[in-house]
Design a protein around this ligand. Sequence first.
Ligand code: HEM
Length: 145
Amino acid sequence: HLSADEKSAINAVWQKVDIEKDGHEALTRLLVVYPWTQRYFSSFGNLSNVTAISGNAKVHGHGKKVLSAVDEAIHHIDDIKHFLSALSKKHAQELHVDPENFKRLADVLAIVVAGKLGTAFTPQVQAAWEKFSAGLVAALSHGYF
Ligand code: HEM
């Protein structure tokens, strides 16, 4: 469980995040660094290179959608598993996303966040953020079992 200090660190991180811009950056990084994740987004059109991915309007829109869900999850931080259960089931049963990819998305999001916060991303803040991320990944993976 998250302590009050951890929650305030997570909220401090999240205040610095721009859902649209940083969502776009995180999803772009996922698709570039782990190119096999592109196969889930075949309806998004051209994802053939970094320029195509970062300029793709659907990637842009979807990055915002993903971070909006993270935003809502932060607002339900004490009940994250229950809150994300329908979304988890959707990724498991309809989208057939390998849950390893949730971890990968959490990793690229941490990189984006670290870049934004700079020295404010202290080891303590990072630890709280990693704990939240692990809970997010676990909640999204829950519907697979
Ligand atoms: C759709 C959130 C990770 C693949 C969605 C939707 C949300 C969402 C909110 C829209 C659901 C709806 O329309 O009902 C998240 C969150 C993630 C995550 C919060 C992790 C933090 C991933 C990963 C992949 C993925 C890692 C694949 C590598 C998809 C696909 C769709 C989708 C293919 C449907 C896209 C479309 O055709 O519009 N996700 N997602 N998601 N997600 Fe995720």
